[in-house]
Design a binder for this molecule. Structure first.
Ligand code: DMJ
Length: 635
């Protein structure tokens, strides 16, 4: 094998550039003069002529004659007009003349036998192919492990909590924390489709067909945002992936027809619309009573900025497939209104009032209540194609300005090791900076990378001139932040990230609050407070690993994803079925929390699965993932 790989084999020259360096005189080029003199040296003629001066003169005359013929043959006599036209090129032509003369005498170098292109290809690709095949098999094996984990998660839910929103895997029962629409069933369905877990597709699909419409009609209060991203989003991507709207022709499943998902989605959206229409401004109320189609503000009267601005992909896509603009129009009013509001370098406070339409307070962050506002600015623009003259161009401007604001106001480096992180401005830009970063912020590197190349690989985007200097800055920041998000996992004893981390900076330090993994290089950079040590099986970091891998094609992101997946397997898997949230990621064994969030099936496992698979599955230049990882085709 080592000789095959060329390590011990002498290298043959396969191109002209190697010929001069190749230590074998018979392959060197020889001039005519060298050839004649070498012949003379070797021949008896030389010996004879050396003694005969007449012979010498004759040989010299012969050479002079030949030289004359050569000059007159290669140098045409120029006409007057030619002389005028080419006078400025005279020097250049003279050089060419001499070169032509030299070239006439010089024989092309003798090159040793080459491999034919076919042989070369076969020779190289056999090694290359076997490495590639091994690598492929490795990731297919790992992908399969993720599918097994998904089946294990589903089996716990299906056994103990079918029809409930979420599974409590330790107490082996279900709980309705999201309004009682069977949120796990709908959130998990398209993951099962993507993984080809057909039994689950059938089971989930059948439950939806039999129960969901009835639930929607009878249920009480739900949150507009949560219901839109998980339930409406899940139904719409299931509709597409199962073949609706032509869908992905290859994937077809047992279970309900695609239109079943669409009809339920329509009914749900019709009820949710009241959150927009009942509001005195363009900012919707946060809650809806599905049963009687009434809307209500959140306790305290204000909505979260991220919630009201993270329903547009879903409503737009519904409008497209139903060919009815009313859903998209209502949802887009929010972003159109926000466009007119004051910002701090594109950054916005995390609360907004549906009564006044104004932002409330000055708290700026990209963690909870702020996060997906920035995500949807980009994704709604991507959803509609990225042409300069589109009506959605303003969203890209808002996004670009906001990312500039992030870079100038929120990005800092930790000490001593210099991890790049995104902090917060709890009282606006005039007040103190907080080096606090929610795990939720780890969606940002994925969004930055996606925005930089518009879903294409970096290589392709650079080739097609799609990348501006600002895009490159964003992509670099994305890579730095992805590393930080990964280190938030690697720094703990369990290998799982806490819900919130603080970063050691010049102005901020705390002792004795590390993650517990003493072999981590970043143990002194990352501070984890006791109240923040839980892990909810969140997806943001693996989401970014997935996007970064697709865009940069750097295999390290896959390896990091595998490390995280193994930690989930080791510390959160519940033998009887399902996976559980943890109370403290800094202790081994970690205390467990008894909840499997719907997004573990809807997002976390889906993103890890896609990270390990072919990039042609749900390609990022053709699909846009909603904030709950439900893919919609780009319109
Ligand atoms: C998900 O519901 C969505 O990703 C949302 O945007 C943020 N929170 C959870 C996952 O952590």
């Amino acid at each position: 094998m080592s000789t095959l790989l060329g390590a011990k084999q002498p290298v043959l020259p396969y191109s002209m550039k190697h010929v001069h360096h190749y230590d074998n005189a018979k392959f060197r080029p020889r001039s005519f003069f060298q050839m004649v003199t070498q012949a003379l040296v070797k021949s008896s003629i030389r010996r004879d002529c050396a003694r005969c001066s007449t012979g010498k003169i004759l040989v010299l005359l012969m050479f002079s004659g030949l030289a004359y013929l050569m000059f007159t043959h290669t140098s045409p006599v120029p006409s007057k007009s030619d002389e005028l036209m080419h006078s400025s090129f005279r020097k250049y032509e003279d050089k060419k003349l001499i070169a032509g003369f030299k070239g006439f005498w010089r024989r092309p170098p003798r090159i040793p036998p080459r491999l034919t292109p076919d042989e070369k290809v076969n020779h190289n690709t056999s090694i290359f192919d076997s490495e590639k095949l091994n690598e492929k098999a490795k990731w297919e094996g790992r992908q399969n492990k993720v599918k097994e984990a998904f089946i294990h998660a589903w089996s716990g839910y299906s056994k103990y909590a079918m029809g409930y929103d979420e599974l409590m895997p330790l107490s082996q029962r279900g709980t309705d924390g999201l309004g009682g629409l069977g949120a796990t069933v709908v959130d998990a369905l398209d993951t099962a489709m993507i993984m080809g877990a057909n039994d689950i597709v059938l089971e989930a699909g059948t439950w939806i067909e039999k129960n969901l419409l009835e639930r929607i009609t009878a249920k009480g209060q739900v949150n507009l945002f949560e219901t839109t991203i998980r339930v409406l989003g899940g139904l719409l991507s299931a509709y597409h992936l199962s073949g609706g709207e032509k869908g992905t022709d290859i994937i077809k499943f047992e279970g309900p027809k695609p239109t079943v998902y669409l009809e339920i989605a329509k009914d749900l959206a019709d009820r949710l619309l009241v959150a927009f229409t009942a509001s005195p401004t363009s900012i919707p109320f946060s809650d809806v009573v599905l049963r009687d189609r009434t809307a209500h503000p959140a306790p305290g009267g204000v909505s979260s900025t991220s919630e009201v601005s993270t329903v547009q992909l879903e409503f737009n896509y519904l409008s497209t497939v139903l060919n009815d603009s009313k859903y998209g129009l209502e949802a887009m009013k929010v972003l159109e209104h926000m466009r007119s509001l004051p910002t701090v370098q594109g950054l916005v406070p995390i609360y907004i009032s549906p009564h006044s339409g104004e932002f409330i307070g000055q708290n700026i962050r990209l963690g909870s209540r702020g996060d997906s506002y920035y995500e949807y600015l980009l994704k709604v623009w991507l959803q509609h194609g990225t042409s300069q003259d589109s009506n959605f161009q303003y969203l890209h401007k808002m996004y670009e300005e906001a990312m500039k604001g992030v870079r100038s106001l929120l990005v800092r480096k930790s000490i001593p090791k210099g991890l790049v992180f995104v902090g917060e401005l709890p009282s606006g830009s005039e007040d103190d900076f907080s080096p606090k970063m929610d795990h939720l912020v780890c969606f940002l590197p994925g969004t930055l990378a996606l925005g930089a190349t518009k879903g294409f690989t970096k290589k392709q985007a650079m080739k097609d001139n799609l990348v501006s200097f600002a895009d490159l800055d964003n992509l670099n920041l994305a890579e730095d932040l992805t590393k930080t998000c990964f280190e938030m996992y690697a720094v703990t004893s369990t290998g799982l990230a806490p819900e919130i981390a603080y970063f050691h900076t010049e102005g901020y330090s705390e002792v004795g609050l590390d993650g517990g993994n003493k072999s981590s290089e970043y143990i002194n950079d990352i501070i984890i407070k006791p109240a923040d040590r839980h892990n909810l099986l969140r997806p943001e970091t693996v989401e970014s690993l997935f996007v970064l891998y697709r865009i940069t094609e750097d295999p390290k992101y896959r390896e990091w994803g595998w490390q995280i997946f193994e930690a989930f397997e080791k510390h959160t898997k519940v033998d009887s079925g399902g996976f559980t949230s943890l109370n403290d990621v800094t202790k081994v064994p970690p205390e467990r929390r008894d909840k499997m969030e719907t997004f573990f099936l809807g997002e976390t496992l889906k993103y890890i699965y896609l990270l390990f698979g072919e990039s042609s599955v749900i390609p990022l230049d053709k699909f846009v993932f909603n904030t709950e990882a439900h893919p919609f085709p780009i319109i």
